[in-house]
Design a protein around this ligand. Structure first.
Ligand SMILES: [Cu+2]
Length: 222
């Protein structure tokens, strides 16, 4: 359902089925409410000789739909808990993952990769070209996200990853890519006049190709 972007990460499935579930629930509620509205508009329209009645509310009815909606939302909150934990709370073991620094600024993305020592924040670090991001498939990736100026949002639809980037904070985001290909990174937070052009090119590729690309970045920065 839903015309999604291609699914290219391990948790795309659970995220999409949650989306579909919420869409069905809200879709049914929408159709019911609108149909009732139209029915009442016609059924109780103004008629000559009929005086309008005044009601100050109906406590029983209001209690019913408040409690019913509340229970439904509470049920959804419990139902989505595992997916939330998987996508937002859980972090893969850093020693088995690739950690990449991503910094947002008006209006571009700068990715920093660990050099041969495999750790960030050393002299070995490699700066990728502006707005270019490469990740290997089949390996967990941890993005250490920050911003240099205002609030931006790191959004890669194909990976089902979206996270605000805040100045002065490092926020970890993780994913494991499954489908090689070219995808889009978009800023999903209105961050200034150039917001519309704040996009990055994401390449998901096999580990060997990724290693070759990183070696190329290293060679160019010498
Ligand atoms: Cu932005």
């Amino acid at each position: 359902m839903g015309g999604f972007a291609p699914a290219a990460s391990t948790f795309a499935g659970p995220v999409d089925s949650l989306f579909n579930l919420v869409l069905v629930i809200t879709g049914v509620a929408f159709v019911l409410v609108e149909a009732l509205l139209v029915y009442f508009l016609i059924r109780y329209r103004r008629k000559d000789g009929t005086k309008a009645a005044f009601f100050s509310g109906n406590r029983k009815l209001e209690m019913t739909w408040t409690i019913f909606t509340g229970l439904m939302l509470f049920g959804l909150a419990i139902y989505q808990y595992n997916t939330w934990v998987l996508t937002k709370v859980f972090l893969p073991n850093p020693s088995e993952s690739l950690t990449v620094g991503v910094s947002a600024n008006q209006f571009e993305w700068q990715a920093t990769y660990p050099g041969t020592d495999g750790v960030l924040d050393t002299e070995d670090d490699l700066q990728a070209p502006i707005n270019v991001l490469h990740f290997p498939v089949g390996k967990p990736v941890i993005i250490r996200l920050t911003s240099e100026d205002v609030i931006h949002s790191f959004f890669i639809p194909a990976l089902r990853v979206k996270q605000d980037a805040l100045p002065g904070r490092h926020i970890n985001v993780w994913f494991e890519a499954t489908q090689p290909g070219e995808y889009e990174l978009a800023c999903a937070e209105l961050c200034g006049l150039g917001h519309y052009r704040m996009r990055g090119q994401v390449t998901l590729e096999q580990q060997a190709e990724f290693d070759a690309w990183l070696a190329d970045v290293a060679a160019r920065s010498q």
